[in-house]
Ligand binder design. Structure first.
Ligand code: PMP
Length: 318
């Protein structure tokens, strides 16, 4: 039987989707302690990462040779691993070195870095303790999450009917290799003609988007759901909170509802992939009022500039 083509007309990237590097251009991938050509960086079909989505990951970004918040990303990676009882066979320093080695091997000073650990090869059946050796890998690539037009003019989102995972079922604090919850919501977004969806928590409060944290601006205050809303503690979220406070803005981490989104003065999303991006429409309601309606708002633009300025001054690695 001939293998199916890797890209068909149906699954070819649409012009509005993120652009990333094809496999052939990935260069070297770090896999279990060695740099190997991307095509040879493979994981066994008996790896529980493949069989069950059992593993954890980080999305990290390098800017002009600095790895933004590398220490914090590694700390979150180790926390995710601890939460799922996965013992990583490397230290944080080992992985920091491996990330730099991979960037260097691919002549990269800028781009996206995917660090992931899988449970490793085991037996058929769920028992993770029969997989003695996790696999750890590092991919570096280009990534522009959204088209430039959306960064300039703001993006449209929907509220998904798919509830964010209940923290007592699978905590969104764990950045696990099982993203089906988010993928189901992402499918709704794409079906609705947009690229991101807001997910509510089991209490009906706003949690986060499929791959981004959410902020609104109301009466000059920056507001974002708290960690107990069942969200990933986004590293870009925390950067934006710090930048906002440094600018003298009041920041509230408090529960927000869908109504708060609909009636917000401004809305923005943050994420390592997305960076900082304005939302200008949700569920067919234009965000904002008067001359700002349907446009990136002034506080969003200020925060975007502060984020860019921080990067231009040299991305902090701590
Ligand atoms: N929430 C989810 C579900 C995510 O996957 C991500 C990362 N893409 C974020 C929030 C943003 O987190 P960070 O700023 O650390 O990338």
């Amino acid at each position: 039987m001939t293998p199916p083509p890797t890209t068909t007309a149906r699954n070819a990237p649409r012009p509005t989707e993120s652009t990333s590097t094809p496999l052939a251009d990935l260069g070297q991938v770090w896999l279990d302690g060695r740099l190997v050509p991307a095509a040879q960086a493979t994981i066994s079909v008996m790896d529980h990462g493949v069989l069950y989505g059992d593993g954890v990951f980080e999305g990290i970004r390098a800017y002009s040779g600095k790895v933004l918040k590398l220490k914090t990303h590694l700390a979150r990676f180790f926390e995710s691993a601890k939460a799922i009882r996965l013992t990583l066979p490397y230290s944080a320093d080992d992985l920091a070195d491996a990330i730099r080695q991979t960037l260097h091997a691919n002549n990269r000073t800028d781009g996206y870095i995917r660090l992931a650990a899988t449970r490793g090869v085991g037996t058929m059946g769920l028992n993770p303790f029969l997989s003695p050796t996790p696999s750890v890998f590092i991919i570096t690539c280009n990534l522009k999450m959204y088209p430039q037009e959306l960064y300039d003019n703001g993006m449209k989102v929907i509220t998904s009917s798919v509830m964010r995972n209940h923290p007592a079922a699978l905590s969104p604090r764990i950045k696990s290799n099982n993203y089906l919850n988010n993928i189901l919501a992402k499918i709704e977004a794409i079906d609705a003609g947009c690229l991101e969806a807001v997910m509510l928590n089991p209490q009906g409060m706003v949690a986060e988007c499929t791959g981004d944290n959410i902020f609104i601006v109301k009466h000059g205050k920056l507001i974002t759901p708290p960690l107990h809303a069942g969200i990933l503690e986004g590293i870009t979220r925390n950067i934006v909170i710090d930048l906002a406070r440094k600018q003298g803005l009041e920041v509230l981490e408090t529960d927000i509802t869908k109504h708060d989104l609909y009636t917000a003065d401004e809305m923005l999303l943050t994420g390592t992939g997305a960076e900082v991006i304005a939302v200008t429409e949700i569920d067919n309601r234009k965000i904002g009022y008067d001359e700002n309606q349907g446009k990136p708002g002034p506080i969003t633009l200020r925060l975007l500039k502060a984020f860019r300025d921080m990067l231009a001054a040299g991305a902090p690695e701590d």
